[in-house]
Design a protein around this ligand. Structure first.
Ligand code: MLC
Ligand code: AMP
Length: 506
């Protein structure tokens, strides 16, 4: 068994002279409890801004989220019930989310780009009692999948008021989020994140990134994935800081918000940084205290361009739905492009092969298993309880982790995950397709792009490319749709009949 690299690396993340012991990441009890204390300590302090209604203070959010909890309770929901939440970022959405979390509901965040079959899979598996959606069609898909038995409401949760249930009482082991992810194989599974996982990860980031009450984040990431939610929103709440909420990423809007609201922080995926670096306004990023990139590899060329044009050395970190955040370049000290840095406080990291191999993780941030899926859970952990990430890594000369690739079949496009099998199966349902193989190929804009190799059912009359893409678009989120389609006579297979995807990528 190889050495664990984490034991002392937490020191690299904390200011010099910090005490001898690793910090207690769970000391605050839970994220809602910590937030409640901050709200009581300074209710008038501005917490969140959105175009509509402008600034909301901690105290206003405290009251509004308690009101939502009262309404959900009156509608019959109780701690442990799942609530599907799928909406663009808005103040109402955040208030609804906070209300649900505070009363112990298990929130199931769902990408707003998902089509009916994707929503139906999640509803069938998670069995939510309610859905908070900003699109009536998505609500009707969810209700249909639930057999009609589902409370559907908008993000404003316009239901009759009721007395709030006990709030902020969840313990570290109580489930908080059920996040659907394809994991290393197969159909999306629900990763159960407990309150302790949320708190441990947010606290590690608060310490490592020197997140203070005076910080202000421009939050243009969607709140239905762990980057926007578990890093951007939770970190802001735990630090008692503030955030400017934007409903979508757009270079001009981000830079305007940073200027108009004197922001100090920005977090994004590499596609966002590539767009910022290419903008004539790139230098404006220099006014921020810290820019963090994650969800996919940040090309060193983008890092260098932003360092040159804005004097901004973007800090890259590595995370995952099942673990929230794991590894980060240090705030002080070297930020090394092409690496993700050193394990965060509390995180233990090991490579299966010693100095190279699958990244294995343990720590209070790591989830405990997949919802109702003991087989997938057993597969995800080794006998010593290390979580197998499906990512391949190595250590550089400074002991920093490099993510070299993935052993899992996954495409990451613009920070969104696409599981090839899901797209292959869908294309295979088209009557003009005999079979299809889907791989990620390099793309300057998206990091990787979804590329399909299609064997037509009738080689003399392959389906039209546009028709095939329209077929996919009706049934799958737009970011999963192939951007490149190649028609081939046959797929390359090895002696066992397995498609040799490396040949398709070449
Ligand atoms: C949008 N499109 C994409 C895409 N996003 N295609 C491929 N990959 C993507 N990521 C499609 C649209 O559907 C549209 O298709 C076309 O591209 C143009 O859209 P756009 O207006 O340019 O896209 P935009 O809205 O600007 O979105 C780009 C983006 C967005 C980068 C802002 O993808 C985004 O917010 N990504 C962040 C994802 C994220 O939060 N990931 C974190 C996961 S958590 P058409 O054909 O309809 O025109 C995680 C753990 C961790 O990974 O470590 O953080
Ligand atoms: P998700 O399942 O959506 O949470 O995506 C998690 C995956 O994103 C990880 O398993 C990695 O493959 C990838 N990832 C996240 N951050 C980085 C990074 N900085 N560099 C490379 N890959 C990353």
């Amino acid at each position: 068994m190889s050495e664990t690299r984490s034991s002392q690396s937490w020191r690299a993340h904390l200011p010099a002279g910090t005490g001898q012991d690793q910090p207690d990441l769970l000391a605050a009890g839970s994220l809602p409890a910590a937030w409640r204390r901050l709200a009581q300590a300074a209710p008038g302090r501005p917490a969140l801004w959105a175009a509509e209604p402008g600034w909301r203070s901690r105290g206003e959010l405290d009251e509004a989220s308690a009101r939502v909890a009262g309404r959900l309770r009156r509608a019959g929901l109780a701690a442990g019930d799942r609530v599907l939440v799928s909406a663009a970022t808005s103040m109402d959405l955040v208030v609804a989310y906070l209300g649900a979390l505070r009363m112990g509901l298990v929130v199931v965040p769902v990408n707003t780009a998902y089509r009916e079959r994707e929503v139906a899979h999640i509803v069938g598996d998670a069995r939510p009692r309610a859905a908070v959606v900003d699109d009536p069609e998505r609500g009707s898909w969810a209700r249909r999948a639930a057999g009609g038995d589902l409370l559907v409401t908008g993000p404003e949760v316009a239901l009759p008021d009721g007395d709030p249930p006990p709030l902020d009482g969840a313990g570290p082991g109580d489930p908080a989020l059920l996040c659907y992810t394809s994991g290393t194989t197969g159909a999306p599974k629900g990763a159960v994140l407990a309150h302790g996982n949320l708190l441990a990860s947010a606290e590690a980031l608060r310490l490592a990134w020197r997140w203070e009450q005076g910080d202000r984040l421009v939050l243009a990431l969607p709140l239905f994935h762990i980057h926007g939610l578990g890093v951007g929103l939770h970190g802001t709440l735990l630090a008692g800081a503030s955030a400017v909420l934007l409903p979508r990423f757009e270079v001009g809007a981000v830079l305007d918000a940073a200027r108009d609201h004197q922001a100090t922080l920005f977090f994004g995926v590499p596609t966002m940084y590539a767009r910022l670096a290419a903008s004539p306004r790139a230098a404006e990023l220099g006014r921020l205290r810290l820019c963090v990139s994650g969800s996919a590899p940040l090309p060193p060329t983008v890092f260098e361009r932003l360092a040159e044009r804005a004097g901004q050395r973007v800090l890259e970190r590595y995370g995952m739905t099942e673990t929230i955040m794991n590894v980060s370049n240090p705030y002080d000290g070297q930020r090394r492009p092409g690496t993700v840095g050193l394990p965060l406080p509390g995180v233990e990291l090991r490579l299966a092969g010693g100095d190279q191999g699958e990244v294995l993780l343990r720590g209070p941030n790591v989830f405990s298993g997949y919802w109702g899926n003991p087989a997938a859970t057993a597969e995800a952990f080794d006998p010593d309880g290390w979580f197998r990430t499906g990512d391949l890594g190595s250590f550089d000369d400074h002991g920093y982790l490099r993510i070299e690739g993935r052993s899992k079949e996954l495409i990451i496009t613009g920070g969104y995950n696409v599981h090839p099998r899901e797209v292959e199966e869908l294309l295979g349902e088209h009557p003009g397709v005999a079979e299809a193989a889907v791989v990620g190929t390099p793309s300057e804009e998206w990091g990787e792009q979804v590329t399909a190799f299609v064997v037509p059912a009738d080689p003399g009359a392959p389906p039209g490319r546009e028709e095939l893409l329209a077929f996919a678009a009706e049934r799958l989120a737009a970011f999963k749709r192939p951007r490149v389609v190649h028609y081939v006579e046959a797929l390359p297979r090895n002696a066992l009949g397995k498609v040799m995807k490396h040949e398709l990528r070449a």
